[in-house]
Design a protein around this ligand. Structure first.
Ligand code: URA
Length: 245
């Protein structure tokens, strides 16, 4: 017997959080009866429907996508914009992005139908390293870099320490290129951090997440993440969640 929200998430339909929302809002039936009780136990063979669709078990799959610009990190957009899942032409499983990159951000994005894995990676306690290439609209100085590296307040919460390496300063055009390594993934974190010290991010690219990177890949390309790589990511996420930050 397993908890209803877990079974829905494990079927690859959505994350566990989303499953809980659907249960609470009366969109889930077990053997024809609407169930709103969180933690309801389901038995082998129970027929579960979500939004009127019968749930079927899917194999767990994991993809790494080189997200190009102008695509949203979602499976559906009400405004009809292109979604990251539109790029996965031969993937039949219902995968969804693990976290998000902004519309104009490029780089590494993981997609999966494994709700437990997605929750683990996205959990605020999981501090997987993420490296971004950033271009700023100005010449940043050592003081601002130091503030950012030691942590600044975003919505009243201090960011974790991070590492920044300036790679180029274009004096003529007044812009700075740099790499920033973060251990967390708050919403629009990179852009908001630089905005907090008076800069606008004009280009943002995620190079890596944990040990995964985009070596040999072009924008729009994707590949399966190997079982060994999935295992390493899980391990790193679990291990980092135990570190006292
Ligand atoms: N930080 C941002 O500000 N945007 C992204 O897309 C990713 C990280």
């Amino acid at each position: 017997m397993e908890r209803l929200q877990k079974v829905i998430a494990q079927s690859g339909y959505c994350s566990r959080r989303k499953a809980e929302e659907w249960i609470a809002s009366g969109k889930v039936q077990v053997n024809g009866e609407t169930v709103t009780e969180m933690g309801y136990k389901v038995k082998q063979g129970d027929a579960i429907t979500v939004n009127g669709k019968l749930l079927e078990k899917e194999n767990k799959v994991y993809y790494l996508l080189y997200k190009p610009k102008g695509v949203i990190s979602a499976v559906h957009d009400d405004r009809g914009r292109r979604c990251v899942t539109d790029l996965l032409e031969d993937v039949k499983e219902r995968v969804y992005p693990v976290g998000r990159l902004d519309y104009d951000t490029t780089g590494l994005l993981i997609l999966t139908n494994d709700g437990d894995f997605a929750n683990l990676i996205m959990h605020p306690r999981s501090h997987l390293d993420k490296v971004y290439e950033v271009t700023l609209n100005g010449l940043i100085d050592g003081d601002a870099l130091h503030q950012l590296e030691s942590g600044i307040y975003l919505d009243g919460v201090k960011t974790l320490p991070c590492k920044i390496k300036v790679t180029h300063k274009d004096i003529k055009h007044k812009s700075t290129s740099l790499m920033i390594k973060l251990h967390e993934g708050k919403n629009r974190q990179v852009k908001r951090m630089f905005e907090a010290v008076g800069f606008t991010v004009t280009r943002l690219h995620r190079m890596s997440c944990g040990e995964l990177n985009l070596k040999g890949m072009k924008p729009g390309e994707y590949r399966r993440i190997k079982p060994q790589e999935v295992k390493r990511l899980r391990h790193l996420a679990q291990q980092s969640a135990q570190k006292p930050y």
